[in-house]
Design a protein around this ligand. Structure first.
Ligand code: CA
Length: 231
């Protein structure tokens, strides 16, 4: 899951990015409102962390610009303590949640996880498909009750698939959501990682959909498919 971090305080931004990376996110950091506006409108992010006091263009205007441009990603705003008017302006402009400064870094990750899950239609912190279970809080994955050991990239790809089970995810979509913009991703890497995941999974299958991408299927989906195939 890829996060846009908009914070002009470089030290705070660096701390946030490191902490989010430790929590399994990939991040792009920008430090002013103009760049934030442009990135949010032109690149794909699963969520944004947005400071409100920014150079060039303030955070509320950035958020309004994103929403006016049809950008619907979940946005978590960073506000000063006891500034109710700031929170209200943020929500009116289309924010989904807020944390007040100074914040616990871990809280930002927890709230982002919740926002991303809900925007993908999941109410609970546990993503479950067939016997495959991913806890977005502890980042533990089990398959048929058996713990799975995954590399960071394997985790990010499986986590993305588990947010959208049964839907085809293209290689481009993976590249947009599991790498930051400074990376030089190669779509062949996606195929390699998918290959490794296939060897590790027993209760779910990653199906290649020719010319389109990959789909996470379970035995339940297989049963439904064969029912639908009945004349
Ligand atoms: Ca600021």
């Amino acid at each position: 899951m890829k996060i846009l971090v908009v914070e002009d305080d470089r030290a705070l931004s660096g701390m946030l990015v490191r902490m989010l990376q430790d929590s399994g996110f990939v991040c792009d950091a920008v430090y002013d409102g103009e760049t934030a506006h442009e990135r949010g409108c032109t690149e794909f992010y699963d969520a944004a962390v947005l400071d409100l006091g920014l150079p060039e263009l303030d955070g509320i205007s950035v958020l309004q610009g994103w929403r006016d441009g049809g950008c619907a990603m979940p946005v978590l705003i960073l506000t000063a303590r006891n500034r109710w008017s700031e929170k209200l302006a943020g929500f009116n402009a289309g924010a989904d949640d807020y944390v007040t400064k100074p914040f616990e870094a871990a809280e930002v990750a927890l709230r982002l996880n919740a926002l991303i899950r809900r925007s993908a239609g999941h109410a609970k912190a546990i993503l479950e498909t067939g016997g495959l279970v991913l806890d977005t809080l502890s980042r533990r994955v089990t398959d048929g009750g058996k713990p799975l050991k995954l590399s960071a990239l394997e985790f990010r790809i499986l986590c993305y698939l588990l947010h959208y089970p049964g839907r085809v995810v293209s290689r481009t979509e993976f590249l947009e959501h599991v790498y930051d913009s400074n990376g030089d991703p190669d779509s062949n890497v996606i195929d390699v990682i998918i290959g490794r995941l296939r060897k590790k999974l027993t209760n779910a299958r990653i199906t290649t959909v020719r010319g389109q991408g990959f789909r996470l299927d379970t035995l339940e989906h297989d049963a439904l498919d064969s029912e639908n195939a009945q004349p």
